[in-house]
Design a protein around this ligand. Structure first.
Ligand SMILES: NC(=O)c1ccc[n+]([C@@H]2O[C@H](COP(=O)([O-])OP(=O)(O)OC[C@H]3O[C@@H](n4cnc5c(N)ncnc54)[C@H](O)[C@@H]3O)[C@@H](O)[C@H]2O)c1
Length: 146
């Protein structure tokens, strides 16, 4: 049986939905650590007044990520850190490959190495593109963005 979730590491926690997740997690009694690179999309004001530990770091930075995991010893990682605007992925794909692919790999490797029990990867339905009728399933092809 899985152990109770108590200490979570939220990456991208200064972003639009990451910050709301953080607010609710703290309200729910969890001990929260946030890692965020504070790109143009990150805003620390969203976390103002919320009791948590904050580390400014890039999820591609293996050393920094491992240091935080060692220090905070989370039982769960929730990854919201992303380049998130699909239009920008077409204009500047390298940032997306770095954060969304390499950064996620760095987090997964660190989670495995430090035996973090649960890893939750946040994605988006935008990968499916628009639909005129009916609904997508998780088996639908990815249409919109490389
Ligand atoms: N906003 C939505 O309605 C929505 C809906 C469904 C899914 N999602 C998905 O949820 C995730 C987060 O979305 P959002 O809207 O909060 O995005 P956002 O752009 O508002 O926030 C992303 C956060 O990640 C941080 N970040 C970016 N690169 C980083 C890096 N290399 N290292 C550390 N931090 C980094 C940014 O500073 C920012 O705080 C994305 O994967 C997005 O596709 C968003």
């Amino acid at each position: 049986m899985r152990k109770r979730i108590r200490k979570i590491l939220v990456t991208g926690g200064a972003g639009f939905i990451g910050s709301e997740f953080v607010r609710q997690a703290v309200k729910g009694g969890l001990e929260v650590t946030v890692i965020d690179k504070l790109t143009y999309a990150g805003d620390l004001r969203r976390l103002k007044g919320i009791p948590l530990r904050f580390h400014k770091a890039d999820i591609c930075d293996k050393k920094a990520i491992e240091l935080v995991i060692k220090r905070r010893n989370p039982d769960t990682i929730v990854n919201f850190a992303a380049e998130s605007h699909v239009d920008r992925s077409i204009l500047k794909p390298q940032d997306f490959i770095a954060t969304n692919v390499t950064g996620t790999q760095v987090l997964l490797d660190a989670a495995k190495k430090h035996a973090v029990g649960l890893f939750c990867q946040i994605s988006t339905d935008e990968i499916y593109g628009d639909i005129k009728k009916g609904e997508f399933t998780e088996k639908s092809p990815f249409l919109i963005s490389p």
